[in-house]
Structure formats: C-alpha cells, structure tokens
Design a protein around this ligand. Structure first.
Ligand code: HEM
Length: 277
C-alpha cells in the first residue's frame, strides 16, 4: 500500500514553503470507492446522522452545485436518491455516499470565490461551518504566509477553471492518532518531544477541484489517507525529503502544522530510520 503513495510528488525536494502543486486529474477515479471494508462510509454515516449541524451546511446559492454533484454521483453508482428533497436532506444523503469530503465554492458578483457549503466530517483541524460565505483568503487565513504567497494565484486559478476538467493536489500533515475526524471540537493528543515512531501518522489530503458545467460552482473533494510515520520513513527518498521539509520549516509554519515542539524528536526518528538501513 505504502509503495503506491507518490511520496516524491507529495514531498517536493525543496526547503519548506507553501506550493500550488496542481496537476490535471480524473473525477471518476478520485471518487471511486477504495475502502473494501466499507468502514469509512459507515463512519461517515455516523457523523452525519449524529451531528448533522456540525458537519454539513449550505447557503441557498450552493444548492444548484450540490444537486449537480448528486447527479454526477449517481452516474458513478453512488446511492443518492433522485427524488427531490430539501437541499440539506440531499446533502446529508450525499455526504456519506462517497468516501471523500465535499465543499462547494461559487464566485460572488465581484468574481471572488466564496465557500458556500459542504459535507466535511474528516477535517484537519477546521470547521466547515465557520467558513460559510467566506472568500478563499479568509479560509486560508490560519496558514501563516499563505495568502501573501498564493492568494492571488489561487483566485486566478479558480476563476480560469474550465468546466468539466478536474485538477488535483495534495496537502500533508502529522497527527498523533489514526482518527479520521479532526474536527476542532474533538479532543486531541498533540505532537511534542515525547513522540515515538509508532504513535505518529502522516495525514494525507488528496484534493480534487472541478468546475461544474451547469451551476458554475467549483466542487472541492478532499480524500483523507492516514499512513503510519514508520511506513513512510521506510521509503528512503520519502524520508530524505520529509527530513528536509521538517528541518527547513519556518517557526510559524511549524507552529501551524503542530510540529514545533516535536521537531527535534521527529528529526531524530527519521535519522534513526536511516541509520537502520
Ligand atoms: C488552488 C486551490 C488551493 C490551493 C493551492 C491551496 C493551498 C493550501 C496550502 C498550501 C495549505 C497549507 C497546507 C499545509 O498545511 O501544508 C492549505 C491549507 C488549507 N486549505 Fe487550501 N488550497 C486550495 C484550495 C482550498 C479550498 C478550495 C479550500 C476550501 C475548503 C481550502 C481549505 C484549506 C484549509 C481549511 C486549510 C487548512 C487546514 C489544513 O491544513 O489542511 N483550500 N491550502
């Protein structure tokens, strides 16, 4: 499984900085079920039925994009009823029908893309409901230095998207548990100097962007994959690039990514893995 992960794409061989990292992708491949056990969708169904208001919401302007996405989901075999129900009920059906999380953005009258809704139960420390109606620059405001570097490029990219052509990218982070749901309201053990090789996971977010032809909204899919740190470090080139990124991260980026207190321990773990080869 680990050997299939394109680590050299996920960890560029550079000193750490925020990057666009976009490439053309494939919508059907991205959304196709991967989890043969079905456990991921069972867990999704639980979050969306237990606390729908925490994980799913949409403004009226998102309804058209959401319905268009439901139709696409049906073409891929997802179990989403075609009968008309309220937009929120449809969203609560769509959320657990697929393994990835979903968000919709739409340009306002000034052409600025705003987050108008979504179904997000496996977030990496953010609440989709806090972001409703906000432009991308505000969605990204917690990432230190990101807007100064990339806000304009992100806006231009979203504005120029061609309908029907999917784009993909990855984000990665580290966590001290193998839980999929990192909603900010949930308890969390942080990374610090006491970490051990077997209690850290690489949290990979595979992301897809697709401008929907009819509504003009942009669908943003986020597929989460958790990989034990030790499995990633077993890949020598991945470990080398990871070490460089961790070592060169600015203090504010390391703080934001939750690795500031654990940085020396992480570097020692990577070094020990290399020494054992
Ligand atoms: C062209 C599109 C985009 C680019 C290039 C981009 C880039 C980035 C980058 C570089 C980060 C920092 C990741 C890190 O921790 O290493 C980030 C974080 C984040 N982005 Fe984006 N982003 C894009 C679209 C979006 C969209 C559409 C959303 C809508 C929800 C979004 C939501 C977030 C959030 C919530 C975070 C912080 C949480 C996290 O670390 O995962 N991004 N983004």
């Amino acid at each position: 499984m680990t050997s299939e992960i394109p680590w050299t794409r996920i960890f560029p061989d550079i000193d750490h900085r925020w990057i666009m990292g976009l490439r053309q992708g494939d919508f059907a491949t991205f959304f196709r079920d991967r989890d043969l056990t079905g456990e991921v969708r069972v867990e999704r169904r639980r979050w969306f039925s237990d606390e729908p208001e925490k994980y799913a919401a949409l403004l009226p302007e998102a309804a058209a994009g959401m319905r268009e996405t439901c139709a696409l989901a049906r073409t891929l075999g997802a179990q989403v009823a075609a009968v008309e129900s309220s937009p929120l009920n449809q969203l609560l059906e769509l959320g657990p029908a697929w393994e990835p999380d979903l968000v919709w953005m739409h340009p306002d009258q000034n052409g600025v893309h705003r987050l108008l809704g979504g179904a997000v139960c496996f977030p990496s420390s953010w609440a989709m409901t806090d972001m409703l109606g906000r432009p991308m620059s505000e969605v990204h405001h917690l990432v230190p230095g990101l807007n100064a570097l990339l806000a304009r490029q992100i806006d231009t990219f979203l504005t120029k998207l061609n309908p029907g052509i999917a784009w993909q990218r990855e984000n990665w982070g580290l966590s001290r548990d193998g839980n999929l749901n990192h909603h900010p309201s949930r308890p969390r053990v942080l990374l610090d100097e006491t970490i051990r090789p077997d209690d850290v996971w690489v949290r990979l977010e595979h992301q897809l962007l697709l401008k929907l032809p009819n509504s003009g909204s942009v669908l943003f899919g986020i597929r989460l994959e958790l990989v034990p740190l030790a499995d990633m470090l077993a890949d020598r080139e991945a470990a080398r690039r990871f070490t460089r990124l961790i070592a060169t991260m600015s203090p504010s980026a390391a703080q934001y990514k939750g690795v500031a207190a654990a940085r020396p321990a992480l570097l020692a773990i990577a070094e020990a893995a290399e020494a054992r080869r």
